[in-house]
Design a binder for this molecule. Structure first.
Ligand SMILES: [Zn+2]
Length: 208
């Protein structure tokens, strides 16, 4: 099933939640959006369809890191005292070397780390957890942990923290509903799916 279908099914789930809770038009729109996004999240794993889309271009990040590294060297050279200068230059060189290894396949991990740091600076637990989720997803093989009960539980914790932050009842149901709708749509019993999902990882790797 492609990304658009997952987003549509997830949005429909959000709409059902809004309808059953009789929410305001604004909350309905929010739930439809959250359901749609949550319906895409499981495919953030390796070879998932969403992977290449949400991440920044590695060229932009690499160029920024190169500039920061060079500025660091330059600044250390003119501003710092003797010992600090060599340390600063060393760090600058390290940044440039590390940056030269950045490839597009690392970008999802880097995006996750950025979200994690953003969560810390905004003091939002759901954002910190989402960052951790994305970092883990970036190392998970396709249709594995993000498509399992463990994934549902982890995402559920993110969703309940988001509901706590927004203080809008129904946010949790829209997110978890959208997420679960994705896993149902990926089940092997459906005729258009060649592969199923490993729902009971790590206990069993049987495809359902
Ligand atoms: Zn999927």
């Amino acid at each position: 099933m492609n990304g658009t279908s997952h987003a549509v099914i997830g949005s429909a789930t959000g709409f059902i939640v809004a309808n059953s809770l009789q929410t305001s038009p604004t909350a309905t729109l929010l739930f439809v959006g959250l359901g749609g996004v949550s319906g895409l999240i499981p495919d953030l794993d390796i070879d998932g369809k969403l992977r290449g889309k949400i991440t920044l271009s590695h060229k932009v990040i690499r160029l920024s890191a190169l500039i920061i590294g060079m500025m660091m060297i330059f600044y250390s050279f003119i501003e710092k005292t003797r010992e600090d200068r060599w340390l600063g230059i060393g760090i600058g060189i390290l940044i440039i070397v590390v940056a030269s290894f950045i490839k597009q396949k690392h970008m999802l991990t880097i995006t996750g780390i950025a979200i994690l740091l953003g969560g810390f600076s905004l003091d939002e637990l759901w954002l910190i957890l989402l960052g951790i989720y994305i970092v883990i997803a970036s190392f998970s093989s396709h249709r594995s942990y993000t498509h399992s009960i463990l994934g549902i539980v982890f995402f559920g914790i993110i969703a309940s923290n988001l509901e706590g932050s927004l203080e809008i009842h129904g946010v949790f149901y829209s997110c978890i509903g959208g997420y679960i709708s994705h896993l149902i749509a990926d089940l092997k019993i459906l005729p258009f799916n060649k592969r199923g999902i490993k729902l009971f990882l790590p206990l069993s790797s049987k495809e359902l």
